[in-house]
Design a protein around this ligand. Structure first.
Ligand code: SAM
Length: 258
């Protein structure tokens, strides 16, 4: 008899504070699923795993770190994704559920996307469930006492690696710009924000929700400093020119026009 395939869960754990974990995540961590989590180096730390352990969970015996190296070499990455997918699939084929622990939200710039695609490429019938979570930038705006968007505000969430010209262009269209992965470009971004007069409307947050969390509202003071990979910038753009916005639903407008 064929064993029923287990389910692969993209298990969002929130940004770092166990109080920001959902009840569903808590429930799954308390169950019998096999824990997997991303590591950058063999035997390296996992931020996602640390969130679960900080919440008081004990690392179960059945757990497997999955190695995803920090490289942009697509050939190397494809090899590691395939290896991770094969490891996960062999568990699923034995009928085990597999939890892939993710920092923040699993559908937002997460390694889970790669894992999901790689597993489905090997076995398209694998059941997948993504458990939504609090993203780093939702937690960050809350911690900074800011709103992500008000009324008709426009918001963009982008990896800073698109570069300074692109960031400047986005600021023409968005009231709030969330810049992820700012570490390599931080000084250049600070120069840009100074030139545009937006430094005083910007916030930096590192390891939001973790005990080492750092919130910096004097963003210029970070110039020349090394920051952690887990850091982001929220830029509010109060001077953005607004265009007309259509209010109400179409039907009502047509009725008035008639
Ligand atoms: C690969 S993305 C992961 C995003 C994550 N899935 C989320 O929902 O927030 C990594 C980037 O997200 C941001 N990030 C993730 N966790 C963070 C945290 N706890 N504090 C600040 N920034 C974080 C950083 O910009 C980091 O470079």
């Amino acid at each position: 008899m064929n064993t029923k395939l287990g389910t692969l869960y993209g298990l969002s754990l929130g940004p770092g504070d166990s109080d920001l974990m959902t009840r569903r995540a808590w429930q799954l961590l308390s169950g019998a699923g096999h824990w997997t989590y991303p590591v950058r180096k063999k035997n390296g730390d996992s931020y996602a795993l640390a969130i679960a352990l900080r919440a008081g969970f004990v690392l179960p015996e059945n757990h497997t770190p999955l190695h995803f190296p920090m490289t942009y070499n697509s050939g190397i990455l494809a090899r590691y994704w395939l290896e991770a997918a094969q490891t996960v699939l062999s568990r699923l084929q034995q009928g085990e559920d597999v939890l892939f622990l993710v920092e923040g939200d699993a559908s937002t710039y997460s390694t889970f996307g790669h894992l999901q695609r790689s597993v489905l490429a090997l076995e398209p019938t694998v059941p997948i469930e993504i458990i939504a979570g609090v993203s780093s930038y939702h937690a960050a705006t809350a911690r900074c006492g800011e709103s992500l968007a008000d009324v008709d505000d426009t918001v963009a969430i982008v990896p800073a690696g698109y570069g300074i010209d692109q960031i400047e262009r986005l600021l023409l269209d968005f009231d709030t710009l969330v810049l992820l992965k700012v570490k390599p470009l931080l000084d250049d971004i600070i120069d840009l924000l100074r030139r545009l007069g937006l430094l005083e409307h910007s916030f930096f947050i590192e390891k939001s929700g973790a005990p080492e969390e750092r919130i910096v509202s004097d963003v210029a003071s970070l110039y020349g400093q090394k920051v952690n990979y887990l850091s982001l910038l929220i830029v509010k753009n109060p001077n953005r020119p607004r265009s007309e916005i259509q209010r109400g639903c179409r039907k009502k407008k047509e009725a008035v026009d008639d």
